[in-house]
Design a protein around this ligand. Structure first.
Ligand code: NAP
Length: 290
């Protein structure tokens, strides 16, 4: 599929993609680029990269696919550094959890003749780094591609082909729509988890011990989400501000309504809501996203 693929950033997502490429023989040569020597050594040790370098320009030389898989806040600077070294026809793609901000930061640095195809695999775990990756991560999960107006059709198709090989289901949509959908399906749930776990952490020491001891009664599931990478999630909220604030406003109103129902002893309102939410879980299971 590709002669030379370069990963800039090769943690959970990048290394899982590299593993798919190795498993299915999709790239003749895989180059890994990261800041820390330890990360690069790990890639060689795991056999997920053939060549490694911390140098952006050297990393992208002659590459026909470049995957940017670093925290979103770094993407603009990385695009600026690699732009002048891209070969004609090179495809640059990314995996960022927010799309419009990444497009705004990266697009201006992609030279004429190279192609930028933004994408976001809706798959992940709370673990980070190249050792955390595995090739089945994307199996049966959605990958959303947000092509730019005038995107080269064959470049979009190549990115699509890769994600299909990875076992993903593909959807294309506008970047701003993606950001709204993800604000409710991913960003708000993470924010709630960070809040609940943070609230528990602020409790008095003896109470905190009990929260951990009895966490299986609900708290535990939030701790998994709240253990996600702090830098990645800082960047998500810094870069999808408007959509998150809008959905947070609605959530706050709904929370206030629930608060009122509890205070007034309105059991019917509570039961009606809980019955509705239980049915949503059924839909998630039926859609094989459980
Ligand atoms: P990760 O496991 O923490 O890996 C990040 C990688 O980026 C590491 O290899 C790190 O290298 C490298 N890096 C960081 N800053 C860099 C810089 N300035 N220059 C070069 N390399 C740099 O992160 P991840 O979970 O794979 O997430 C990567 C991207 O995927 C993010 O944009 C995120 O929004 C998106 N995403 C994540 C998930 C998820 O659940 N984790 C799901 C979908 C999409 P060093 O080791 O050298 O620091």
């Amino acid at each position: 599929m590709f002669d030379r693929v370069t990963f800039i950033g090769i943690g959970l997502i990048g290394s899982s993609m590299a593993r798919v490429m190795k498993r299915d023989g999709l790239a003749k040569t895989i180059v890994a680029c990261a800041r820390r020597k330890e990360t690069l050594d790990t890639c060689l040790k795991l056999g997920i990269a053939d060549e490694v370098t911390p140098d952006y320009a050297a990393a992208v030389k002659n590459a026909d696919l470049i995957v940017i898989a670093t925290p979103i806040s770094t993407n603009g600077e990385i695009a600026k550094a690699i732009g002048p070294h891209l070969k004609p026809g090179a495809i640059v793609t990314d995996v960022g959890s927010v799309k419009q901000a990444v497009i705004d930061a990266v697009s201006p640095h992609i030279p004429k003749g190279a192609h930028f195809v933004p994408a976001h695999p809706l798959a992940g775990t709370e673990h980070s780094g190249p050792e955390a990756g595995f090739p089945e991560l994307f199996q049966g999960r959605w990958c959303i591609i947000t092509p730019l107006p005038g995107s080269d059709a064959s470049a979009v198709q190549k990115v699509r082909d890769f994600w299909e090989k990875a076992g993903s289901k593909i959807e294309t949509m506008q970047a701003d729509h993606h950001d709204k959908v993800l604000a409710i399906t991913s960003h708000l749930p993470h924010l709630i988890a960070f809040t609940i776990v943070g609230t528990a952490d602020d409790l008095a020491e003896d109470l905190k011990q009990e929260v951990i001891q009895y966490s299986a009664s609900g708290f535990r599931d939030f701790t998994r989400i709240a253990a996600s990478d702090p830098v990645m999630w800082r960047d998500v909220f810094m870069n999808n501000r408007e959509a998150v604030l809008e959905i947070l406003q609605r959530f706050t109103e709904d929370l206030t309504a629930l608060q009122r129902a509890i205070r007034r002893g309105d059991g019917e309102a509570l039961q009606t809501l809980f019955a509705r939410t239980r049915a949503i879980r059924r839909g998630v299971i039926d859609a094989k996203q459980a």
